[in-house]
Design a protein around this ligand. Structure first.
Ligand code: GLP
Length: 252
């Protein structure tokens, strides 16, 4: 695992966007596809802003295929709290990606279709050659995607129960805890770890404790982000505040 700390959230986000943009530009030059695994939440918003800047300066997303980590369940795509709406608002509506290359789990499937759908989501990722770059945030439970405590290392895309802390963190967006869905569809830990390159972005003081525990503590299903430890293809990007406790402990 590589660790890269930046003085501000803006600089950290800029770095991640530059890495992604350089990868896309490289692939575009030889007319190859780039497959991105994308995250939601407040953390990657600045990364997406920077990617839109790159697009405005000429970077094309025509060869980009995306797979989002997760979606609430149940959740209609056009609801304002959906990750579909989030992705269109923060990125897709501002770049030249084609609709057929966008994949976000469907939060409106009838219960008996979810299992088969999740299998197909995995298959689609494989069919396009796997995820080149996976962007991750971290939840206060140590979740990545919506892989909450208890998620096994070999988990795949599936329907999960959300942790109460995760629901509480989302309460503001939903106008109250009682409106926050209790479930979600998320890529699994194995799905995430098979990406060729992973950027875990953690920003702000409120992430300092969980970031430290996940990066320096025991590797355990109780804190799924801890599975990223020891993986050479993982780069952890922190701003100074999120890295506050880690610097004191000296990561090696
Ligand atoms: C949600 C998302 C996660 C994200 C997390 C952190 O739970 N499903 O992918 O990492 O929120 O959110 P934020 O970046 O707002 O702290």
């Amino acid at each position: 695992m590589q660790l890269n700390t930046f003085p501000t959230a803006e600089k950290a986000s800029k770095y991640v966007a530059e890495e992604i943009a350089a990868y896309i530009a490289d692939k575009n030059a030889s007319n190859e596809k780039t497959v991105l695994g994308l995250a939601t939440g407040s953390t990657p918003i600045q990364v997406y802003k920077e990617l839109i800047n790159f697009h405005q300066k000429g970077l094309s997303f025509k060869n980009v295929i995306t797979f989002n980590l997760d979606e609430y369940y149940p959740m209609g795509a056009s609801e304002k709290e959906s990750y579909h709406t989030y992705m269109h608002t923060h990125l897709f509506d501002h770049v030249d990606i084609s609709g057929e290359n966008i994949h976000i789990p469907d939060g409106m499937l009838p219960g008996d279709m979810v299992k088969e759908y999740c299998k197909k989501y995995e298959q689609k990722i494989k069919e396009v050659g796997g995820i080149d770059i996976q962007l991750l945030g971290i939840g206060r439970t140590g979740h990545i995607g919506f892989n909450e405590p208890g998620s096994p290392i070999d988990s795949k895309t599936r329907l999960v129960q959300l942790h109460e802390t995760t629901r509480e963190d989302a309460a503001n967006d939903f106008g109250g805890l009682r409106n926050v869905p209790k479930m979600a569809i998320t890529m699994g830990i194995e799905t995430i770890l098979t990406a060729k390159k992973i950027y875990l972005l953690s920003l702000g003081r409120r992430k300092a404790e969980i970031t430290k525990t996940c990066l320096l503590g025991e590797i355990t299903s109780e804190r799924p982000a801890s599975y990223l430890q020891g993986e050479d293809h993982v780069e952890v990007i922190l701003d100074q505040e999120a890295g506050l406790l880690i610097q004191r402990d000296k990561i090696n």
